[in-house]
Design a protein. Structure first.
Length: 420
C-alpha cells in the first residue's frame, strides 16, 4: 500500500485505448484473493471460540486459559502493526503480502500439532503479528488495484471476507472440529493458506513500496486533518461492537435463547453481507452518510435489545439491524482513514489496525467486568452509550475525516507495476 503515485499522466495518455479500457474494469479475480486473505485473517482469530472445550482438554488447561488464545492474537496485532508497517514500508507489496500469509500458514500448523500450551500461545502471537502486517496492507492493496471510481467496490469485495468468516467460517470450523477434531480445523486453515499463496503469486499484481525519503513518521500522521477523528470512531465503534459480540452466547443464554446462538449469528452475518454490498455500491458518493447510517442502525439494534429483548422476534430484528449497520464498517473506516491520510495512508492504516485490535481486546475485558458486576443485560445499554460520541464525531468531522464528498484525485487511478 505505497503512498507514492503509481501512474503518470503521460504513460496513461500513451496507452492503447483498448488496454486503457481493460484497466478500468474491476480486477475481480485478484480482489477475491485479497478477500480470501481477509477471510483467513478473521477466521484464524475467532476459530478457537468454537473449539475451546476440545482444545482445553488436549492442552491440559482450563477453558478460560484456552480462551486467551484469542486475546494473545489481538495483542500480537496491536503491538506490532505500527512498527512492522514502518519497517516494511520499502518492501514490494506482493512480497510483503506473501510473507504475511506465510506467517499464517506457519502459525496455524504449529497450533494444529502443538500439545504444549506455551507453544500454542506463541504460535497464536505469531498469527497476530502476521495479521498486523496483513491488515495494514490489504485495504490499500485493494484500492491500488482498482481505478478511482471503483475503489469503494474494490474494498468492499476485499472486506467481504470478514462477515463470511464470522457467519460461515466459524460455524464450519466448529463443525469440522467436532467431526474430525480441532487440529484438523487448523490444518484445513493451513491448506487454504497454501492454496492462497499460489493464487496470489499467479493473479495479484505487484506494487512498489515507499522510497526511504518518502516514508512518513507515525506521530506526524496524527496531525493530518481528519485522521484523528477516524481513529477515534474506530476505537469506540469497535469497542461497542465487541462488548456485545464477544459475549453474545452468554447474553442470548440469559434471555433463554442459548440454543439459538448459531442462528442469530447466521442472521447477523447474512445482514452483514448485504451491508457490504450496499456500501460497495455507494461508498464513493455517500461515505459520510453510510457511516452515520451504520452507527444509527447499530444503536437502534442495541436499543431494541435493551428495551424489548423479551420478544424473540425482535431479537432477530435487532440482529438484522446490527448486521446491516456493522457489515460495511471496516470498509468505511479503512476508506476514510486512507482518504484522510493521503500520502501517509500506510501509517494511518497501521494506526487503525492497532486501535481496532486494542478495541477488540478492550471489549473482551470491559464485557467481562460488566458481566461480573452488572450482568449481561448491561451490554446493549453500554453499546448505545458508546455510540453517542461516535455519531457526534462523524457529524462534526464533515470537512476532514468524514466529508460529504470523497476526495478522489486523478493520480489515484493505479496501474499495476510492470517492473514486478
Amino acid at each position: 500500500m505505497s503512498t507514492a503515485p503509481d501512474t503518470a499522466p503521460a504513460a496513461a495518455a500513451s496507452e492503447p485505448k483498448g488496454e486503457g479500457e481493460e484497466r478500468r474494469k474491476l480486477p475481480l479475480f485478484a480482489l477475491l484473493a485479497l478477500a480470501t486473505a481477509v477471510f483467513i485473517t478473521s477466521l484464524t482469530e475467532t476459530l478457537p471460540a468454537g473449539l475451546l472445550p476440545a482444545m482445553s482438554r488436549n492442552l491440559h488447561v482450563s477453558e478460560s486459559a484456552t480462551g486467551q488464545t484469542v486475546t494473545v492474537y489481538a495483542i500480537g496485532t496491536a503491538l506490532t502493526a505500527i512498527p512492522l508497517t514502518a519497517a516494511t514500508a520499502g518492501w514490494r507489496r506482493k512480497k510483503l503480502l506473501l510473507a504475511a500469509m506465510g506467517g499464517f500458514a506457519l502459525a496455524n500448523t504449529v497450533t494444529a500439532v502443538s500439545s504444549v500450551y506455551e507453544l500454542t500461545m506463541a504460535a497464536r502471537f505469531v498469527a497476530g503479528v502476521a495479521a498486523g502486517v496483513a491488515w495494514a496492507l490489504l485495504a490499500g492493496y485493494a484500492r491500488r488495484m482498482a481505478p478511482a471510481h471503483l475503489q469503494g467496490k474494490a474494498m468492499a469485495v476485499a472486506m467481504a471476507g470478514i462477515p463470511v468468516a464470522l457467519a460461515l467460517g466459524v460455524p464450519a470450523g466448529t463443525f469440522l472440529g467436532d467431526w474430525l477434531g480441532w487440529r484438523v480445523a487448523f490444518l484445513a486453515m493451513t491448506a487454504l493458506t497454501l492454496l492462497l499463496l499460489a493464487w496470489i503469486t499467479a493473479a495479484v499484481p505487484d506494487f512498489p513500496g515507499q522510497e526511504r525519503g518518502e516514508r512518513p513518521r507515525m506521530l506526524a500522521t496524527l496531525r493530518i486533518p481528519g485522521v484523528t477523528p477516524v481513529l477515534f470512531v474506530t476505537l469506540v465503534f469497535v469497542l461497542a461492537h465487541t462488548i456485545l459480540y464477544a459475549y453474545i452466547a452468554t447474553y442470548l443464554d440469559d434471555l433463554g435463547l442459548g440454543g439459538s446462538t448459531g442462528l442469530v449469528l447466521l442472521v447477523f452475518g447474512a445482514a452483514s453481507l448485504a451491508s457490504i454490498w450496499i456500501v460497495g455500491a455507494q461508498i464513493n458518493r455517500r461515505l459520510r452518510g453510510l457511516t452515520i447510517g451504520g452507527a444509527l442502525l447499530v444503536a437502534l439494534a442495541a436499543a431494541l435489545l435493551a428495551v424489548l429483548s423479551d420478544t424473540t422476534a425482535l431479537v432477530y430484528v435487532a440482529a438484522v439491524l446490527w448486521g446491516l449497520g456493522w457489515g460495511g464498517v471496516p470498509t468505511l473506516l479503512q476508506t476514510a482513514v486512507g482518504d484522510a491520510g493521503g500520502e501517509s495512508a500506510d501509517s494511518a492504516q497501521a494506526m487503525l489496525v492497532t486501535l481496532w485490535n486494542v478495541a477488540m481486546a478492550g471489549g473482551g475485558i470491559v464485557g467481562g467486568v460488566l458481566l461480573d458486576v452488572v450482568g449481561s443485560e448491561s451490554f446493549p445499554w453500554t453499546v448505545l452509550l458508546l455510540l453517542l460520541p461516535v455519531i457526534a464525531v462523524v457529524l462534526y468531522a464533515r470537512r476532514a475525516g468524514f466529508p460529504a464528498r470523497r476526495p478522489v484525485a486523478p493520480s489515484e487511478e493505479p496501474v499495476a507495476d510492470q517492473a514486478a
